[in-house]
Design a protein around this ligand. Structure first.
Ligand code: AHG
Ligand code: MN
Ligand code: MN
Ligand code: MN
Length: 334
């Protein structure tokens, strides 16, 4: 098999489709390199003294794991000096991170969930890193938090790294979704799947069913119908998977279809779900749509949502098109 590296893929993509300017290419390569470093730390586990909690809380009100903090630092450091960024934002930082004055500034802004699926870290189950790239407003020397509040449809690139039995890097720059596998001996990302596509129909769903008593009626109706199997209104059986790491659930869906849900529920007035719009829902929605799937918050396309806050949460229904459209239609019914 002829091996195409991430670098060769990016260079050729730029040459053929002209959709990856040199600065964006650098940005993607730097993020991928940082993910290699995170993958290395993840793989060391107890031997690298990276497991366990850090006993600090992030802005989300979550206890941070050591690896949440370490991964955040790795991404910040890797991306500061290249000259391709104006600022960064992260699930683990209360406010945005400006590029220090000693470095040149670029036209892009990077957002990330440095470590997705933290609850899996200490039990050696697959986790990942999710990222999203947008452009800084033109002529903006020092971006503000406000400048980050762009709808997901404005993303110029999005992707994730997944640290599982294999380490992979999945990327879209708006021309389909491609997957690279880390050759651990060579230290290079090798293109292993081109144009990942999600089947429109599926018999597999992912939801944390322990929250079912809090669900709103459209979600209860949809799940009850799936559970009813061959004799129910859907006339077929559905299987369930839940990994507690969005990155891993989305990776499965990109490979064999399925629907992933983290709905809003009745726990608090206005509980808008758990997942974060800017670091999780937007980048994953871009990937899913680029692979022919759909992604909504139950009522509207996630990529059309105008963010109001950096750390905003959102309900998520994404994956195989026909299932996402069905559960969305249940929300829209009067
Ligand atoms: P994070 O580890 O970045 O805080 O995100 C965890 C998210 C998401 O990856 C996953 O789908 C979900 O939380 C799991 O939530 P439950 O523990 O409620 O199942
Ligand atoms: Mn978290
Ligand atoms: Mn996450
Ligand atoms: Mn996280």
């Amino acid at each position: 098999m002829k091996r195409i590296s991430l670098t060769q893929y990016l260079v050729e993509e730029q040459r053929l489709n002209n959709n990856i300017p040199a600065e964006l290419r650098l940005l993607i390569e730097v993020v991928a390199r940082a993910c290699k470093t995170i993958s290395h730390a993840v793989g060391k586990g107890a031997l690298g003294e990276v497991l366990g909690s850090a006993e600090t809380e992030n802005i989300q009100g979550e206890v941070q794991k050591k690896l949440d903090i370490l991964s955040n630092e790795i991404l910040l450091e890797a991306n500061e000096w290249g000259g391709h960024l104006a600022a960064m934002a992260s699930e683990e930082m209360e406010s945005i991170h400006l590029i220090p004055n000693r470095y040149p500034k670029g036209e892009y802004m990077l957002l990330f969930d440095p470590l997705d699926g933290s609850s899996n870290i200490d039990v050696n189950v697959t986790i990942g890193t999710i990222f999203s790239v947008i452009k800084a407003p033109e002529g903006m020397a020092t971006p503000t938090e406000q400048d980050f509040l762009q709808a997901g449809s404005k993303q110029v690139a999005a992707g994730y790294a997944i640290y599982g039995p294999q380490t992979m890097f999945v990327l879209t720059t708006g021309q389909g979704v491609n997957c690279f596998t880390l050759d651990r001996e060579m230290g290079s990302w090798v293109l292993t799947q081109r144009n990942m596509t999600i089947p429109e129909d599926t018999q597999e769903y992912a939801i944390n069913a322990s929250n079912s008593r809090h669900w709103y009626p459209p979600v209860t109706r949809y799940i009850d119908e799936l559970l009813a199997g061959t004799t129910g209104p859907r006339g077929k059986n559905f299987n369930m998977r839940w990994i507690a790491a969005m990155v891993t659930d989305v990776h499965r869906i990109l490979n064999r279809g399925g629907i992933f849900m983290y709905p809003a529920d009745a726990r608090e007035p206005d509980k808008a779900g758990k997942l974060r719009l800017m670091y999780e829902a937007n980048p994953m929605s871009m990937l899913i749509e680029q692979a022919g799937g759909a992604s909504t918050n139950g009522k509207q396309r996630i990529l059309d949502i105008q963010p109001e806050k950096l750390h905003q949460r959102v309900a998520v229904f994404l994956g195989s098109k026909n299932e996402v459209e069905r559960v969305t239609s249940y929300h829209l019914e009067k």
